[in-house]
Design a protein around this ligand. Structure first.
Ligand SMILES: Cc1ncc(COP(=O)(O)O)c(C=O)c1O
Length: 500
């Protein structure tokens, strides 16, 4: 067809046509509110990258429109039991948190450069829940931001970017924290991975990242809890030696969760943290405790996961930096870094002006204050201890009858159930775990989370309002799925992986 703009080239013509089209539509294409779940899914597929995953996309993804305590309700009114959401710490749609947010929104919200009572009070309350030395608080919006900032603080203090990370760990999605997350960087081509030293059997995003094994006493090389902590800590000391003696550099940081969540609920055995941290500090580095998943009483026996082994340890070790996120705002974007005055002043001396437009704004701070109130008034830590202990006992009892349960571990409402095909070889029952998770969702309306490097660990980390009746329902349905549904499936190879 002859062009009506014969003097224009193809690219220029396309630009003119696009301009005319946009002018005609007032720079807008028609947008409609999606009327059904099907429409929502179609819009998501059109506008979202495939790298943004959807839970249960191998079966039927879910759309929720309401939350209530330990339950989520979908668009057709079906109520699902949530065994996995550690963000809604005080329960989905907690009315006290919702009211606090609502009231503050109606009053005032802004960027974070003004004084506001909520924000100062929240800093005071958060620090009061931590050991005395942890008194300086930086607010941010997410766990990733908190860990990113924690690394900056550590680097400012230690003058070193060298970071020791743990196999299977995830600390967030910014570039700096992705480098500390083997759970991610080992499974994408985003980083050019190289071994920091010829003799090691791992690769990392650079010489400044050294990966140590997860202190796993079920599947790892050291399984005797009596000395596993010491043996795994020796690997941290080896990393410190490398930086100090081979490179002539200091260590910057050792970043670790008090229970490695996505790595499969791996809790450091006694002596691991004190010994590792001693080696790190001797090499000039700091200990960053990532409490994004595990904090705020979830462990039941302790408020923070880093305190978990304090009762057995001869040397309770206090982190230099603690990061918190997920449950802190019960769904509102609220996270924080808490550190010592000494570390904060090293950061200040670099001339850094830390500004975060939304981090710790008065509305999110109102949510945080309400969360701390609810944890206290509703004894959520004690509840995690009781309900989590009860659920663990039930799963341990089930383990005596179901061979597929290889290990039950954890603390409070942070429990890992590792599924295996063979208790001797520990062959991972990954496909079975996927099948169980999907069937629990489809048949019994239970939401679960699959983690672990072999994707064979069900991680239970529900809202802390989870009840004993919820635990009973979950355990009983789990047993039925294994005995009735899984037993009937002969060939598992056709089953897809369940992204949870
Ligand atoms: C242990 C841990 N740290 C940090 C993060 C990152 O938090 P966010 O997703 O809020 O950025 C996560 C998220 O899953 C996490 O599990």
């Amino acid at each position: 067809m002859a062009s009506i703009f014969p003097f224009l080239g193809t690219a220029a013509l396309a630009t003119v046509l696009l301009k005319l089209e946009l002018e005609k539509n007032g720079n807008k294409r028609e947008c409609k509110v999606p009327a059904s779940k099907h429409d929502v899914r179609a819009l998501r597929e059109k506008h979202f990258s495939k790298s943004v995953s959807v839970s249960y996309s191998n079966s039927e993804p879910l759309m929720f429109v309401k939350g209530d305590g330990s339950r989520l309700i979908d668009e057709s009114g079906i109520s699902y039991l949530d065994t996995r959401n550690n963000v809604s710490h005080c329960g989905h749609s907690n009315p006290r948190v919702a009211t606090a947010v609502q009231q503050q929104v109606m009053q005032f919200n802004s960027n974070t450069r003004y004084l506001h009572p909520n924000v100062a009070h929240l800093a005071q309350r958060l620090s009061s829940l931590l050991p005395d030395s942890l008194e300086i608080v930086f607010f941010c919006n997410s766990g990733s931001e908190a860990n990113d900032l924690a690394l900056r603080l550590a680097r400012a203090y230690s003058n070193s970017p060298n970071t020791i990370v743990v196999d299977g760990a995830y600390h967030g999605h910014t570039l700096a924290v992705l480098e500390c997350s083997p759970y991610k960087y080992e499974y994408s081509k985003e980083f050019d991975l190289k071994a920091p030293k010829d003799s090691v059997d791992f690769k990392s995003p650079g010489k400044h990242i050294w990966k140590v094994p997860a202190p796993d006493t079920y599947r790892g090389p050291h399984r005797d809890v009596k000395d596993a902590g010491i043996k795994y800590a020796a690997k941290v000391a080896e990393a410190c030696d490398f930086y100090q003696y081979t490179c002539g550099e200091s260590v910057g940081a050792f970043i670790i969760e008090g229970g490695i969540g996505v790595g499969g609920a791996i809790l450091p055995p006694p002596n691991y943290l004190p010994r590792s941290v001693k080696a790190v500090r001797n090499a000039g580095g700091v200990y960053i405790a990532d409490e994004v998943q595990t904090g705020f009483g979830r462990y039941g026996s302790s408020f923070w996961a880093f305190q978990h082994t304090w009762t057995e340890d001869e040397d309770p070790v206090v982190p230099d930096i603690v990061t918190v996120g997920k449950p802190f705002g019960n769904g509102m974007p609220l996270a924080a870094v808490v550190t010592t005055r000494k570390i904060a002043s090293a950061f200040e001396k670099m001339g850094v002006d830390y500004f975060n437009t939304f981090g710790g704004n008065p509305v999110c701070a109102a949510a945080g204050l309400a969360v701390l109130d609810v944890i206290e008034s509703d004894n959520l830590q004690q509840r995690a201890h009781e309900v989590g202990g009860y659920m663990m006992t039930r799963f341990v009892e089930l383990q005596t009858r179901l061979d597929i349960i290889g290990d039950v571990r954890g603390s409070g409402l942070f429990i890992g159930i590792e599924l295996v095909r063979d208790r001797k070889t520990l062959e991972a029952a990954s496909t079975e775990t996927s099948f169980i998770s999907t069937t629990l969702k489809k048949k019994y309306h239970i939401l679960t989370s699959i983690d672990g490097l072999l994707e064979n660990v069900l991680i239970v980390k529900p809202p802390m309002v989870f009840s004993k009746a919820d635990a009973d329902y979950f355990v009983e349905c789990f047993e039925k799925v294994v005995l009735e549904d899984l037993a009937k499936i002969g060939d598992l190879s056709f089953l897809g992986r369940t992204p949870t």
